[in-house]
Design a protein around this ligand. Sequence first.
Ligand SMILES: Nc1ncnc2c1ncn2[C@@H]1O[C@H](COP(=O)(O)OP(=O)(O)O)[C@@H](O)[C@H]1O
Ligand SMILES: [Mg+2]
Length: 295
Amino acid sequence: MAGNKSPKTIATINFKGGVGKTTVTWCLADTLATYSNASVLMFDLDAQMSLTQAVGLNEDSGSLHAAFGSWYDKSVSDRRTIFDAIDQYTKPGAHFDFPIAYDFIYQITKGLHFVPSVEDLYWLELEVFDRDQMKDFMRRLLGKIHHSSKVTDYDYVLFDCPPSFTLLSYSVLSCCDLVLIPVNPDFFASRGVSLLLNSLKMRIEPHPTPQIAVFMNKTKTWANSPTKETTFYMRQIQQICDRATKDHGIRAKFFDDAWVRERVGIKRAITGGGVPADLVADFQTLWSACLGVIK
Ligand SMILES: Nc1ncnc2c1ncn2[C@@H]1O[C@H](COP(=O)(O)OP(=O)(O)O)[C@@H](O)[C@H]1O
Ligand SMILES: [Mg+2]
């Protein structure tokens, strides 16, 4: 239990789709909740709703699918979604009055709770929201969650972010402890990381800068180690992180030893309930590396 301590917050970000943001967010959250007894809150902030759909499809606990479906419909019709929270927060002159209870947060398991996405988030960017006002939205929302007596105290909050800087991810960036960037072992990864670090620098400059960590997901392995080719890409990305840290004053660390292997069937980790046994160690290592930089 977190007690009075604010939870540690981690946002999984990359402009590229398909690198594993959603999968990694889920697997990290699940590993944490299952193996460390921590209470974890996970947000789906992507209007494409992959994580939300995966939770709805979860086939492990039979009734969960139906349970989540009807909970979700009620949350939408009672106007208790993240979009409604934003709507309330941005109402001109209004006090941010959005009660936090389990009609806003869904309990997947005892230790793993979830704030789903809604399609309305697509329209968020078209509304005339004040950027400076939106910047504080997530910090204020987390404050409300922290102080609500209706929900548990969370030790960790994980955000699955969209592959672009939306107003919502902007507000996450200004209150998260760690920006976690999954990359894949391919030719485009280093260019992508360069771009992302550059724009993160511009976006978060006026705020206390969060720690940034980059790691290799879908690592190709041979005899339980990254292949030569993957190692080559890892070195490239490490250099980019080192250079950004040296030249641009951001704190970007490449996790040398905390990679997640390519694993056929990892999708079932989300829709089938748990992280496959042979991947648990990878996510535990990744988690230790994350804690190492945000302690
Ligand atoms: N470590 C991995 N090994 C194999 N496949 C993976 C791994 N991580 C993610 N994937 C697969 O890659 C695809 C994209 O993953 P996803 O998490 O949806 O990416 P994103 O959220 O960045 O768009 C999915 O089919 C997912 O199952
Ligand atoms: Mg995704």
